[in-house]
Design a protein around this ligand. Structure first.
Ligand SMILES: [Zn+2]
Length: 229
């Protein structure tokens, strides 16, 4: 009697399974296959290009609210990296930023160069701001924008915070001219960019709205930085 070779049989079983699965797939009505393909390609074509607006140095008693008004009208979310020293007296603005779905980050207490501080002092500085924000919003920020873009090594482990720099500098603090700021941003911008602005100048308010209007026309979707990192 011929012996059955079980090793060969072991090879045949997966092959048979694949053939059977192939037959099941082939039996699908063709229209279902074509519908799902169309749905996928439409989704890809309509996928918005994500981009993030970030505002440093606030909250400002007038300009931050003006920016919030303009962003609300345009249904845009942004990220505000606030200075601890500017929170006192502007607690309602911090609350409003939170309530309107924007993200609040830490920009140090006094716009200090973190690299010039001892690790412990830098930690205390950022912690103080986190506590101020928490006292108002009930949420500890996890994103930090180091002043001058200089991050103190080792702080991220100690603080459990994520440093966020930028990819497009609007130079709004330097240009102080809405048209020039808009041109400077719009010519450089691409999908996934993080734009640096300051809610500290009236020209930045005007420029922000023009940038949003222009980039929304180009199919950009403004999101908070946590969606890009
Ligand atoms: Zn700053």
């Amino acid at each position: 009697m011929k012996k059955i070779d079980y090793r060969k049989l072991g090879l045949f079983i997966p092959v048979i399974c694949i053939v059977l699965m192939g037959m099941i797939v082939m039996k699908k009505p063709p229209e279902i296959v074509s519908v799902s393909t169309t749905a996928v390609s439409n989704k890809t074509a309509e996928r918005p290009k994500k981009i993030a607006l970030t505002f440093d140095d606030g909250p400002h008693p007038r300009y931050t609210e003006q920016i919030l008004d303009g962003l609300a009208e345009r249904n845009v979310k942004a990220t505000f990296f606030v200075l601890g020293r500017n929170i006192k007296g502007n607690e309602d603005i911090i609350k409003r930023i939170q309530d309107e779905g924007h993200l609040i980050g830490n920009h140090s207490y006094d716009h200090v160069r973190l690299t010039s501080l001892r690790l412990e002092t830098a930690y205390e500085d950022l912690n103080k701001v986190n506590q101020c924000i928490y006292d108002i919003t009930g949420v500890y920020p996890i994103y930090v924008r180091p002043p001058f873009g200089e991050w103190r090594k080792g702080l991220d482990c100690k603080m459990n915070m994520i440093p966020v720099l930028w990819t497009v500098d609007s130079k709004d603090w330097q240009l102080k001219n809405a048209d020039k700021i808009v041109k400077n941003v719009v010519k450089k911008v691409k999908e996934g960019d993080i734009i640096l602005m300051h809610d500290w100048y009236s020209t930045s308010v005007t420029a922000t709205m023009q940038i949003v209007d222009e980039l929304q026309k180009q199919g950009y979707d403004f999101v908070t930085v946590d969606e890009l990192i």
